[in-house]
Design a protein around this ligand. Structure first.
Ligand code: FE2
Ligand code: FE2
Length: 322
């Protein structure tokens, strides 16, 4: 597959335009919605931001399933707040993609039709209550690493959405860690539940940061345009270095017999099962069908809200015209 490179020119784009654009990126300027930008820069951003928005919305499902079964009022209110935050993140991100000319309808249609991707991690089932804590600690933890990087990205609306989202993700991460540390120090059953959750979420969390750099065809262009400031492997290394010591300190065992520290202090993981990753991304494994089914059902059940809003707007406009 040949990938578009930042130096490739679309018809009607000139080398001068590209040079001026690249100079803005090099100066660290933010690119704003009305500014000139290469068509490929716009396309890559719409692809990334809409995937990101879908991930936030689909990401509500594994945890939302536990709201009615939370073991205490405190845990329930925390979880409700977290799931609601994820809906808000979806909103910010759909808005950011809209500033590039994508419409909300086409993005949602692509998701509901199964044509759009979202993060593979949300196709894994949340089997026990401890999964809610482990998702907060590891999945939100991995998301923060990625999103902190994106907060520095060259596209203004995406960068600003990330700043806002990261402050909420930090709360998600803390509540997850607090929950798992509490269970890891609790009864033998609670400890076992925390360990079991780690066994199932560790590898998917490493995978969610994306394929290795050598297998990531978009990375070169995204780094050159200041959309990604770090590669997948760099972000994954940061995530591992931060989380391994904390998980070990909590008394948990990381399910990777090859995990070790090198001379420079980096924690080095064993081989990742990329066949599983791609099978989950493509929906051949995991809960892709169930997740899309839940979104489709929600969309159909919300039809009356959209109709009511349209009728209300039409009436307001009619009154304004009178
Ligand atoms: Fe989020
Ligand atoms: Fe989150």
């Amino acid at each position: 597959m040949t990938q578009m490179q930042p130096t490739d020119l679309h018809p009607q784009e000139t080398a001068e335009q590209h040079a001026a654009f690249n100079a803005r990126i090099a100066r660290g300027e933010k690119i704003e919605p009305g500014d000139w930008m290469p068509a490929e820069y716009r396309r890559q951003l719409i692809r990334m931001i809409s995937q990101h928005a879908h991930s936030e919305v689909v990401g509500m499902l594994p945890e939302g399933a536990w709201i009615t079964r939370a073991p205490s009022l405190k845990r329930k209110t925390i979880l409700i707040a977290k799931v609601q935050d994820e809906a808000g993140h979806g909103q910010y991100l759909y808005h950011a993609a809209e500033t590039l000319g994508a419409t909300r309808e086409e993005m949602l249609d692509a998701l509901l039709a199964g044509k759009a991707k979202y993060s593979s991690i949300f196709n894994y089932p949340s089997l026990t209550w401890a999964d809610v804590g482990m998702i907060g600690w590891l999945v939100d933890g991995a998301a923060i690493k990625n999103q902190t990087m994106l907060a520095g990205c060259s596209y203004g609306p995406y960068s600003r959405a990330m700043v806002r989202i990261c402050s909420e993700e930090t709360f998600h991460h803390k509540q997850g860690k607090e929950m798992i540390v509490t269970y890891a120090q609790g009864t033998p059953e609670q400890r076992q539940m925390a360990q079991d959750a780690l066994n199932r979420w560790w590898w998917p969390s490493l995978m969610m940061l994306g394929p290795h750099d050598a297998d990531s065809p978009n990375t070169g262009a995204l780094v050159q345009w200041g959309i990604k400031l770090k590669t997948n492997d760099e972000v994954r290394q940061e995530f591992i270095n931060e989380h391994v010591p904390e998980l070990l300190e909590a008394g948990l065992t990381i399910p990777d017999p090859d995990l070790h520290q090198d001379e420079s202090g980096n924690w080095i993981h064993g081989p990742i099962n990329w066949d599983e990753f791609w099978a989950v991304v493509k929906g051949q494994q995991g809960l892709n069908r169930e997740r899309l089914g839940a979104r489709q059902q929600a969309h159909e059940e919300g039809a009356w809200v959209r109709e009511a809003m349209q009728a209300y707007t039409a009436r307001q406009m009619g009154q304004a015209a009178d």
